[in-house]
Design a protein around this ligand. Structure first.
Ligand SMILES: Cc1cc2nc3c(=O)[nH]c(=O)nc-3n(C[C@H](O)[C@H](O)[C@H](O)COP(=O)(O)OP(=O)(O)OC[C@H]3O[C@@H](n4cnc5c(N)ncnc54)[C@H](O)[C@@H]3O)c2cc1C
Length: 385
């Protein structure tokens, strides 16, 4: 065995922390590396020094899941406060509820439909000439018709992905994105909440184990693999191979911070659907902690753009070109030994936090069941988004 049985975990985000903890509890010595100066990866939260508000530094994070084991897992490390995500959107100078629900429909069309009337009305709006939608736009038109599409989907999607919805696959919009009741809870999951002291505090507790050493501001390179018996790598898949066949496409985000005395927008997240507004949304962080009181407020305007090598990768763009490149990187990954690619960057997928934890727990258990060298350790690399 290489590296005296020591295991390297690259990345101190949720993936790395959960895998590290599970293996540390089983008696392994774990060396965690993170290039950043903080733990928690993109879930990182910190108090704003000016206002005292807990800020979601890399964008808003709401914990929601149907997975009871994962819910119990996070509650071991943090008290979760009740929190419901209720998103609003501004379109053409009007504020609406999102996802589109009965309130949105009645307000938008100046009607007072009951649920079945609204359903019949939207059915009439839907473009029934589209039998086999190929693009996002065709799918949306087929579901909700042109008026709702233009107000709530077209502009936002264009800003978010930096291309026309006619260039995006229909699969992005899997089912009818409309509710025929007044439910404005963004998520359907059984459990939803916000960690009382933030995600970084929670992940700090996950990493707090005598067998775990955390090295911050320490970039890991694959040449270090030989020092360890196994490496769990939650960094970017293309970065691991020094971008030998190019960079996988990502969108990155820029945040423009501003402060306000009082309550700026009355909710945590306000989307902006119009293309004339350059940002996609404004997050007002103090609404994520409704149990706290703060006179001042801190808000982020969020801008989406193509990710360059030096930027932080946020959302994987999985269009045809990226899928071909990804297949090439995956085959290289499969030829590597004693390394498991995990997490949102290591497997080039958008993963919610609960799915990240589920996969991390399963990965650690698989390793502990002594099948570590099996090819199926790479299973998540092939899991579709
Ligand atoms: C804008 C946005 C909003 C989101 N909102 C939600 C939400 O509301 N609810 C939800 O459930 N999920 C949400 N998510 C998803 C959530 O962020 C992910 O589930 C989570 O961050 C995945 O954790 P991870 O450990 O896999 O990756 P990361 O958090 O990205 O951690 C990877 C870490 O690896 C480090 N690293 C990379 N390469 C190296 C290297 N070579 N050497 C050393 N360190 C390295 C990085 O610095 C980073 O800290 C959101 C994601 C985004 C982008």
């Amino acid at each position: 065995m290489l590296g005296n049985g020591k295991i390297a975990v690259v990345g101190a985000g949720l993936s790395g922390a959960v895998i590290g903890r599970e293996l540390a509890q089983a008696g392994y010595q774990i060396e965690v590396f993170d290039a950043r100066n903080h733990i928690a990866g993109n879930c990182h939260t910190e108090r704003d020094t000016e206002t005292g508000v807990m800020v979601h530094v890399y964008g808003p994070h709401i914990f929601h899941t149907d997975d009871t084991e994962v819910w119990e897992y996070v509650n071991r490390f943090q008290t979760f406060m009740p929190y419901k995500n209720r998103v609003k959107t501004t379109s053409n100078d009007q504020v609406y509820s999102l996802p589109v629900n009965l309130h949105t429909i009645n307000q938008f069309f100046s009607k007072n439909f009951r649920p079945e009337e609204a359903r019949a009305f939207i059915d009439e709006q839907a473009d029934k000439t589209i039998d086999d939608p190929k693009t996002f736009e065709e799918q949306a038109l087929r579901f909700v018709g042109r008026d709702l599409y233009e107000a709530f989907f077209q502009g936002y999607t264009q800003k978010q992905w930096g291309c026309s919805p006619t260039e995006l696959p229909a699969s992005i919009l899997k089912r009818l994105p409309v509710r025929f009741n007044y439910d404005d809870n963004y998520f359907f999951h059984k459990y939803q909440g916000m960690p009382e002291n933030g995600y970084t505090d929670m992940i700090g507790r996950v990493l707090d184990h005598e067998n775990i050493t955390v090295n911050l501001e320490t970039q890991f390179h694959r040449s270090q693999n030989r020092d360890f018996s196994h490496v769990f790598y939650s960094g970017p898949l293309d970065g691991y191979f020094d971008y030998e066949i190019g960079q996988l496409g990502y969108r990155t985000l820029d945040f423009e911070r501003f402060t306000y005395e009082g309550d700026y927008q009355g909710c945590a997240v306000m989307n902006y659907g119009d293309v004339s507004v350059p940002y996609t949304r404004i997050t007002e962080h103090k609404h994520f902690s409704p149990w706290e009181e703060h006179a001042g407020s801190v808000c982020y305007r969020e801008f989406s753009r193509a990710c360059r090598r030096e930027d932080i990768p946020y959302y994987p763009v999985r269009l045809i070109k990226e899928k071909e490149q990804l297949a090439d990187y995956v085959s290289r990954a499969e030829r590597e030994t004693s390394i498991t690619f995990v997490g949102r960057l290591g497997t080039y997928r958008y993963l919610d936090m609960d799915v990240t934890i589920r996969e991390a727990l399963d990965t650690a258990r698989f390793y502990l069941s002594k099948k570590a060298e099996s090819a199926s350790m790479r299973a998540f690399l092939h899991t579709p988004v």
